[in-house]
Design a binder for this molecule. Structure first.
Ligand code: GLP
Length: 260
């Protein structure tokens, strides 16, 4: 696992956007795994900026989002469909038929989840998966005690996640209790993983995910087993890391890969 500690949220977003751009430059028809939440917003803004500057073309890209709330219509202002449309898809040139977001309104969740997994396989698997992290260490909506080999499924949210996400809704009662989420096993099959975290509130989760034991109690800790996972964090989110000096040393000494 590579840990890149950035001075600011903006630096974090730019570094992660460069990593996504590198994948797209090498493979213009890459399959991107998308995340919601406030953390990747800066990364999406950077990708949009590169696209508008003519540096990044998304015309052959396919996307799969991690998760969606159950019961919210796609037009609901807090649905992840709406979030992705507003913050990313409407600004770039991904063909709409190439966009996949779990359905929060299907009447047959099990069949839908199987179909979602099948679509990921049919599209050749995810080349680069973007992730945030919940304050309880979850990735997507894989709450503590989720199987580390779980697949896309319906999941009941933890009360702490409902509390965390209540800030986006008019009241806590409006926060959905269920979500459809890719499993930890689904995420782990992505060829490359970028996890972003910012702010003090994430410092404990980041420390446990990066330096704690691999445990289903912190589903992000499964990334320690991934061959190509990079964690991009700001100073505050890095606040509880024991090996912080080492990560900075590695970053400083990293040989510049020659750009072709
Ligand atoms: C939700 C999403 C996660 C996201 C997390 C953190 O739980 N399902 O994918 O990582 O929120 O969100 P934020 O970045 O707003 O802190």
């Amino acid at each position: 696992m590579e840990v890149i500690i950035c001075k600011t949220d903006d630096e974090m977003s730019r570094a992660a956007a460069e990593a996504v751009a590198d994948v797209l430059n090498a493979k213009p028809n890459a399959v991107l795994g998308m995340a919601t939440g406030s953390t990747p917003l800066g990364l999406y803004q950077q990708l949009v900026r590169m696209h508008k500057a003519g540096q990044l073309d998304f015309s052959q890209v396919t996307t799969f989002n991690l998760d969606e709330y159950v019961g919210l219509p796609v037009t609901h202002e807090q649905s992840y469909h709406r979030f992705m449309h507003e913050n990313f898809f409407r600004h770039v040139n991904i063909p709409p038929q190439n966009v996949h977001i779990p359905s929060g309104t299907t009447r047959n969740y099990r069949a839908f989840c199987d179909w979602y997994e099948q679509r990921i396989r049919e599209c050749g698997g995810i080349d680069v998966q973007i992730l945030g992290i919940g304050s309880d260490g979850h990735i997507a909506f894989n709450e503590p005690a989720s199987s580390l080999s779980s697949r896309t499924r319906l999941k009941t949210l933890a009360k702490s996640t409902i509390d965390d996400n209540a800030r986006f809704f008019k009241s806590r009662d409006e926060v959905p209790i269920y979500a459809i989420t890719m499993g930890v096993g689904t995420i782990m099959e992505a060829r490359k993983i970028l996890l972003l975290a910012n702010g003090k509130k994430k410092a404990d989760a980041v420390a446990q995910a990066v330096e704690g034991p691999v445990t289903s109690m912190i589903t992000a800790s499964a990334l320690q087993m991934h061959p190509d996972a990079t964690v991009y964090i700001d100073h505050e989110a890095a606040g509880k890391l024991k090996m912080r000096e080492y990560y900075d040393w590695v970053k400083e000494k990293k040989p510049e890969a020659p750009r072709v």
